[in-house]
Design a protein around this ligand. Structure first.
Ligand SMILES: Cc1cc2nc3c(=O)[nH]c(=O)nc-3n(C[C@H](O)[C@H](O)[C@H](O)COP(=O)(O)OP(=O)(O)OC[C@H]3O[C@@H](n4cnc5c(N)ncnc54)[C@H](O)[C@@H]3O)c2cc1C
Length: 391
């Protein structure tokens, strides 16, 4: 089967690899001019961990894992308020089946599996398509036209394939009321005390976190509730927005904002979920954030992108020539779990960015209780961390 995958991110690369292993002929088109291996720290557990195990990826994931020592919560003067031993949480909440790594490192691991085996065309996107029976005729941005047995939109939360196949983003996007940013700096600030911790400062409506990463660099993460809608997502405008919103926050924040001009891997976006009645039409199907974005609040987008790709390939492998039946089963198996995780993501927003000092204090109480043995299963349930492969 000849499959065009639009988007060479976590979902697209995983699907390309799975299909190539089955003897299909995937082609990946990616809008970025070159391989994107920048990003932010992600938690990887549940369905993603199980899919990774089935794909024989665990040794590679272990290699890129960051053994964070503590989750440390500081006050505005940088004084430690709560410090949780991360290996203990990892064992209790996730039974050790959990990784932390940079999104880009996961992408690199997946890319290595298809390099030289799958055609990956950068600086290219899908401009238009038409369906004729069992074929999809696709026109690409480089002027090429070709026929495929299946077109997969794995082009992220702002998917172009979704727009072409189902309509404008506004119809499916659920804004969670927050914006997020991340970037990478060369070298941690002098004021960062614990270099083995994921350190977080939260004040009402805003959170900033930092964590040292390989190569002597520092990854940052910002999330805030929106007081006004952002219209312009250019880097210059996003930097202005961050400086305005985070003005007055103490600790390392002024230095981070001063240095963000020289940062690499700059990312700024809304925190959004995608909610669609259906994920496929004919022989065009969506995958990953394009149809199932749970948002960073659920902490499982990349995990579910890998799991979804694994599941779609499995269904296509079993269906033979009945591709529409495979697409329907893929959606039936995955969608209920996604809706459950999206609901959890919305609940967790109050934990990420509490709206008041009182809610912040309640969150901190919950964090302190997280080490109690009985709390682990409550946390697992609240996060909807269960794997779709364990029902
Ligand atoms: C700050 C932050 C923290 C996060 N933390 C976590 C976490 O802890 N755990 C977790 O599991 N997930 C986390 N996520 C979510 C996770 O990163 C995503 O869910 C995951 O990357 C989705 O994979 P994807 O392949 O669907 O999309 P992406 O990884 O976004 O890939 C989409 C690809 O498509 C390309 N593309 C876009 N448009 C086009 C186009 N028109 N044509 C061709 N190509 C196109 C893009 O360049 C990109 O390469 C986080 C996200 C953010 C922003």
């Amino acid at each position: 089967m000849k499959v065009l995958i639009c988007g060479g991110g976590i979902a697209g690369l995983t699907l390309a690899w799975c299909l190539e292993r089955q003897g299909h002929h995937p082609v990946v088109v990616e809008r970025a001019p070159h391989f994107r291996d920048e990003g932010y720290m992600i938690d990887f557990f549940g369905s993603g961990h199980d899919a990774g195990e089935r794909l024989g990826l665990l040794p590679e994931l272990e290699r890129i894992h960051y053994p964070i020592a503590h989750l440390t919560f500081v006050d505005e003067r940088g004084r430690e308020r709560i410090s949780l031993p991360y290996p203990v949480l990892r064992r209790r909440i996730f039974e050790g089946r959990h990784f932390n790594f940079m999104r880009g490192e996961l992408a690199r691991v997946l890319h290595a599996r298809i390099e030289g085996r799958v055609e990956l065309r950068f600086h290219t996107t899908v401009e238009a398509f038409e369906q004729h029976g069992a074929r999809v005729r696709v026109r690409l941005s480089d002027g090429a036209e070709d026929d495929f047995d299946l077109l997969v939109g794995a082009d992220g939360v702002h998917s172009q394939v979704r727009r072409l196949a189902f309509g404008p983003e506004e119809r499916f996007a659920r804004f969670i009321g927050c914006y997020t940013a991340s970037f990478i700096l060369d070298g941690p600030p002098d004021g960062l005390r614990d270099r083995e911790a994921f350190t977080t400062l939260t004040v009402p409506n805003r959170q900033v976190a930092v964590y040292p990463i390989r190569g002597g660099r520092l990854a940052t993460f910002f999330i805030h509730r929106a007081e006004h809608p952002v219209e312009d997502f250019s880097r210059e405008s996003a930097l202005r927005e961050l400086r305005t919103v985070y003005r007055g926050m103490d600790w390392l924040v002024p230095e981070l904002l001063e240095r963000c001009e020289q940062a690499s891997g700059f990312y700024f976006d809304t925190v959004t979920q995608i909610d669609m009645p259906h994920w496929s039409t004919g022989r065009v199907v969506l995958l990953g954030d394009a149809c199932q974005c749970v948002s960073l609040l659920a902490g499982q987008g990349a995990s579910m992108a890998v799991a979804g790709a694994y599941l779609l390939a499995e269904e296509l492998g079993m269906a033979g020539s009945d591709v529409p039946a495979a697409l329907a089963r893929y959606e039936q198996r995955l969608k209920p779990a996604i809706e459950h995780k999206q609901a959890a993501g919305r609940r967790i927003a109050g934990w990420f960015v509490p709206e008041s000092r009182l809610r912040l204090a309640l969150r901190d109480l919950g964090l302190r209780m997280s080490l109690w043995p009985v709390a682990s299963s409550v946390f697992r349930r609240r996060m909807a961390a269960e794997s779709i492969f364990r029902h």
